[in-house]
Design a protein around this ligand. Structure first.
Ligand SMILES: [Zn+2]
Length: 242
């Protein structure tokens, strides 16, 4: 129990860092310098303004200096990153590679939020997710699974773009597929792809006009299948075969 709480707190600190990544990387800014500052008045934050969730609550969702509103998204990203950490801890316990699995999912999470904001994702965070996913006990197996998943999706995209005569698959999707392949292996990779399509179905029908970012669904499906592994397979079989 106490370990789970520590994991949650540590993961929320990473969530705090993800907020910086999500805000700055798409703008081409450094994630190290300058230190965190208010987006409105630019005053550098004190350490007690940087405590995940608590600072936002105690400051009433406002900057402590100029009083301008701070988006509720910051504490939500921290909370969800904390929960991602706990889910992975329940799954793996303190396996030596748990930080890397967590950093991979955390990168996918940041990628998802950026995709929602911009309908595009930065290669740097995408490649980081892939590299973290490769660090695990059977490193060669992970590389092979990543290559097959990414290569398979690339071929699928290549063939379908030849047939339909338009760009079907972006390079970003191919890198995400590699990460999914490394984290899940086979056949779970296919289960996650299928699950992501199911998850995206209703949002796609609702927001058809504007287009729907797909990385969030890939990331969520990957986390679900990672956690439930063969049980997820049983559920998807049930959906397909009844
Ligand atoms: Zn301010």
């Amino acid at each position: 129990m106490i370990e789970g709480i520590l994991v949650f707190l540590f993961a929320m600190l990473i969530g705090s860092f993800l907020n910086v990544v999500i805000y700055r990387i798409p703008k081409g800014e450094s994630i190290m310098f300058p230190a965190s500052h208010c987006g409105s008045c630019n005053t550098p934050l004190k350490w007690w303004h940087n405590i995940p969730i608590l600072s936002w609550i105690f400051l009433g969702g406002k900057c402590g200096f100029c009083g301008s509103k701070i988006s509720v998204r910051y504490p939500i990203v921290e909370l969800l990153t904390g929960l991602i950490g706990v889910v992975i801890y329940i799954k793996l316990g303190f396996a030596w590679y748990i930080p890397f699995v967590f950093f991979s999912f955390a990168s996918l999470f940041a990628l998802s939020i950026i995709d929602i904001d911009y309908m595009a994702v930065p290669d740097s965070v995408n490649v980081a997710a892939l590299l973290f996913a490769l660090i695990q006990p059977d490193f060669l197996h992970a590389i092979m699974n990543a290559t097959i998943a990414a290569g398979g999706l690339f071929l699928l995209g290549f063939v379908s773009s030849k047939i339909s005569n338009r760009e079907a698959m972006g390079s970003a999707d191919i890198i995400v597929a590699g990460t999914m392949g490394a984290l899940l292996g086979f056949p779970l990779f296919f289960i996650a792809l299928f699950l992501s399509a199911i998850l995206a179905l209703i949002p796609t029908l609702i927001w058809r006009e504007n287009g729907v970012p797909f990385v969030p669904f890939l990331a969520l499906a990957t986390l679900i299948v990672y956690f439930f592994d063969t049980n997820a397979q049983l559920i998807v079989n049930k959906i397909i075969y009844g």
